[in-house]
Ligand binder design. Structure first.
Ligand code: UDP
Ligand code: MG
Length: 317
């Protein structure tokens, strides 16, 4: 293991305007604090000049390493690639490329690590500027997530510093659909938190569309909780009660000779039970798809190019 090197993992997707800024801001802060470090930029299959910018930086700055994905695999995969690449470092920190996570906090986290903490979680003291839809969606998602994880996820972020041991634990997890934010607390270890205010994006726009966010929420929720699957049983029970009541009404009507009026009941009953069945099948299908994904055993990411000094060390290893 390199002596006390901090590996800074920076997932970057279409961030050409932010690479050099992130590089100099984070580099300056860490140099000033006297923290030996390297910057691991993980280019998540960007379509703009992100990779060119990373390569450019790696030529002038020996601390800069770059990994380039063969396509866009998503932020989670980028984080895991960075972690896999950081197993030889003493500790690793994950930070956004757009500097929404204040880099000065890395120093604070590092000092706590020196004191013996193994997982230092960055916790949002405010969520920064967000649209109403995002706020609402995040509220529902993190509400459900916190409930199934039995811990407060609303203010959690991906901004975390992990000790070498914690990095190893995460890298050795075989789960394909790993949700970093939650797994990093699931692994345990001596944990503490550092509060930070979410900053404005340095440049460019958020890479999340509403659809992407919804997909992310459903995926992570289902990989951490089987509650939706179990909820099907309750839906079934409710459907049963409703149909029993309606059935009795229909029977009474039949015997009192007013049966033809029951046509509405039949339609309602049919539509209702059909929708419950469809929803249930959908939920089951989603879990089966997850099992299918895990069984296939495909890698979380594929690296097509690397750059920077540490490449040689890695190849030997
Ligand atoms: N990101 C990534 N892959 C993606 C989407 C985003 O690596 O598919 C990176 C992005 O470059 C940034 C971080 O994840 O460094 C957070 O993304 P963004 O700022 O778009 O999200 P937000 O801050 O709005 O949550
Ligand atoms: Mg951002």
């Amino acid at each position: 293991m390199s002596d006390k090197v901090l590996s800074v993992i920076i997932p970057s997707y279409n961030e050409e305007e932010n690479i050099s800024r992130a590089c100099s801001v984070i580099g300056d802060i860490l140099n000033e604090a006297g923290i030996r470090h390297r910057l691991v930029f993980v280019d998540d299959g960007s379509k703009d000049g992100t990779w060119a910018a990373i390569e450019e930086m790696s030529k002038t700055d020996p601390n800069v390493t770059g990994l380039h994905f063969s396509r866009n695999f998503g932020k989670e995969s980028a984080i895991y690639a960075g972690l896999a690449y950081s197993v030889d470092a003493a500790c690793a920190v994950v930070i956004d490329c757009d500097l929404q996570h204040p880099p000065v906090k890395i120093v604070e986290m590092y000092r706590l690590w020196e004191e013996g903490y193994e997982v230092i979680e960055g916790v949002k003291s405010s969520r920064g500027k967000e649209s109403v839809v995002n706020k609402l969606g995040a509220g529902v998602f993190y509400g459900l997530m916190s409930h199934s994880m039995k811990m407060d996820m609303k203010r959690a972020s991906d901004f975390k510093l992990l000790d070498h041991k914690a990095v190893l634990a995460l890298v050795n997890m075989r789960e394909k659909n790993a949700f970093f934010r939650a797994l990093s607390s699931w692994i345990g270890f001596k944990t503490t938190r550092v509060e930070f205010d979410v900053q404005e994006r340095a440049a460019g726009e958020s890479k999340w569309s509403l659809f992407k966010l919804a997909k992310y929420a459903v995926n992570n929720l289902t990989s951490f909780s089987t509650a939706p699957m179990k909820a099907i049983i309750f839906l079934g029970i409710i459907a049963l009660i409703v149909s029993l009541v309606m059935g009795i009404i229909a029977l009474v009507q039949k015997f009192t000779g007013t049966a033809s009026a029951g046509f509405t009941t039949v339609i309602i009953l049919q539509v209702f039970s059909l929708s419950v069945i469809m929803i249930s099948l959908g939920i089951l299908g989603h879990y089966i798809a997850k099992i299918y994904d895990e069984v296939k055993g495909r890698p979380k990411f594929i690296i097509s190019k690397t750059c920077g000094e540490h490449k040689a060390d890695k190849d030997e290893a």
